[in-house]
Design a protein around this ligand. Structure first.
Ligand code: UGA
Length: 449
């Protein structure tokens, strides 16, 4: 079985590399020649734990190839995966232009019967349009079937998720095509759910929308908790122990970001509008998330009155740990609002500093060591819970700041930790630890430094 993958972004590259690792013959195609050149040298264009090792291993084995030429990339392909981006268009709808280009390329270049598998997140019905476009561009008399096979990988653990996912969804109306994709995926040993094409396309949006709803829900309970005196960490534990609710995606914070939840929730609202359905719930989820992103700024303004001239260390810039992805990261809205308030920003991220420069205001100063940010700061903001940031921030704030104060957007510490270290501490959905309340018990052990 010869497999081609169009698109070497997070989805396409990880899919191609992992399929080659279970023994499939895979050719990854991308129009970006620079990216392809790097991949041929075994260099991954994205930061993803474990990926580069598998690229090198499977190229050496001869299972994995890269090309920017669709004639070479699609020749003799039995199965072609489409894994190109579906960015958010101006009206919130998914922009399908890359998808349609991929479909035309497939039609023009295949040399035998083909199963086209859509990995990209696309609105319901798109797979049938893909099939039409492939057929329209065919250069020979080949059979074309389409299968929707949405991906559920998380950035930062995409390789792990490929081998340990909860399910693989195969949406098809042709049993033979469905069987081919099932056999390809069998070595992963992950439960397979077979559905219609329409359902598979909707499962992807519904899954992301549900997870985003869980986050906005717990953030809203956190906001109420701050006013009534309850503690959101205890509440998450308490409701998460109910197996009908489950403990995951109940971490309150400064909102969700990334390339998926913000885009897919808006696209789902757009899909609903197109059929005259007002998706109130999803609109609130998105609106709440926007407000949540600047929660820490509002808390700091309340505490200090004005942030004019204050030096603020932003620790963690990527939308979550273990990635350098800055798309829709809360750090973007936070830094812009802080600059408007007249604050001076010193930013630190273990790996996203370079990417961040494209997204944050020009006046932001970047440092390569966390201590350099904390030493210069009047106020510390934790935006991403990188392991290094959690390990060092509390102790270093105590050590280097005149009046240590942390605004923690990810609830990295307990209020007891803050009291122990004599650090003023404001987090999400919990009572702040104020200077007057600090017990002043000197920590005996600085092992986390
Ligand atoms: C998400 C889904 O989890 C994947 O299943 C899906 O395949 C992917 O989108 C996609 O559509 O491609 P990802 O965007 O990589 O994956 O990141 P998540 O780990 O889901 O986190 C998303 C955001 O939610 C982050 O900003 C994170 O900080 C936030 N989050 C997550 C919370 O605020 N609280 C939580 O309890 C969990």
């Amino acid at each position: 079985m010869q497999i081609s993958i169009i698109g070497t972004g997070y989805v396409g590259l990880v899919t191609g590399v992992c399929l080659s690792d279970i023994g499939q013959h895979v050719t990854c195609l991308d129009i970006n020649m620079e990216k392809i050149d790097k991949l041929k040298q075994g260099i991954s264009p994205i930061y993803e734990p474990g990926l580069e090792e598998l690229i090198i291993k499977n190229q050496e084995k001869g299972n994995l190839h890269f090309t920017s030429n669709p004639i070479i990339g699609l020749k003799n392909a039995d199965v072609v995966y489409i894994a190109v981006g579906t960015p958010q268009g101006e009206d919130g709808a998914a922009d399908l232009s890359y998808i349609y280009k991929a479909a035309r390329d497939i039609g023009q270049n295949i040399t035998r019967d083909v199963v086209v598998v859509t990995k990209s997140t696309v609105p319901v019905g798109t797979n049938y349009k893909i099939r039409e476009l492939v057929l329209l561009n065919l250069q020979g008399n080949y059979r074309v079937e389409v299968v929707s096979n949405p991906e559920f990988l998380r950035e930062g653990s995409a390789v792990h998720d490929s081998f340990h996912g909860d399910r693989i969804v195969i949406g098809a109306d042709n049993p033979e095509a469905s069987q081919i994709i099932e056999e390809i995926n069998e070595p992963f040993g992950i439960p397979i759910l077979k559905t219609s094409i329409y359902s598979a396309e909707m499962i992807k949006y519904a899954a992301n929308a549900f997870l985003a709803t869980k986050i906005s829900f717990i953030n809203e309970i956190a906001n109420i908790s701050e006013k009534v005196g309850s503690d959101i960490v205890e509440i998450s534990k308490g409701i998460g122990m109910d197996s009908r609710i489950g403990p995951k995606f109940l971490k309150a914070g400064i909102g969700f970001g990334g390339s998926c939840f913000p885009k897919d929730t808006r696209a789902l609202i757009n899909i609903s509008e197109a059929i005259n359905h007002d998706f109130h719930l999803m609109k609130s989820v998105v609106q709440l998330n926007e407000e949540q992103k600047i929660k820490l700024v509002n808390k700091a303004k309340e505490r200090f009155g004005s942030l004019e001239g204050k030096h603020i260390a932003l620790l963690g810039l990527a939308f979550k740990p273990n990635t350098d992805d800055m798309r829709d990261a809360p750090s973007i809205s936070i830094s812009k609002t802080l600059v408007e308030e007249g604050a001076k920003i010193i930013a630190y991220d273990p790996i996203a500093n370079k990417n961040a420069k494209k997204y944050l205001p020009d006046c932001v100063k970047y440092v390569d060591q966390i201590e350099d940010a904390i030493k210069m700061a009047d106020i510390v903001f934790i935006l991403t819970e990188w392991e290094e940031i959690v390990e060092k921030t509390l102790y270093q704030s105590k050590l280097f700041m005149k009046k240590p104060i942390i605004f923690d957007g990810r609830n990295c510490y307990t209020p007891e930790d803050a009291r122990k270290y004599e650090v003023e501490y404001v987090s999400i959905g919990r009572k702040p630890v104020k200077p007057g309340e600090i017990q002043g018990i000197k920590p005996t052990n600085y092992s986390s430094f």
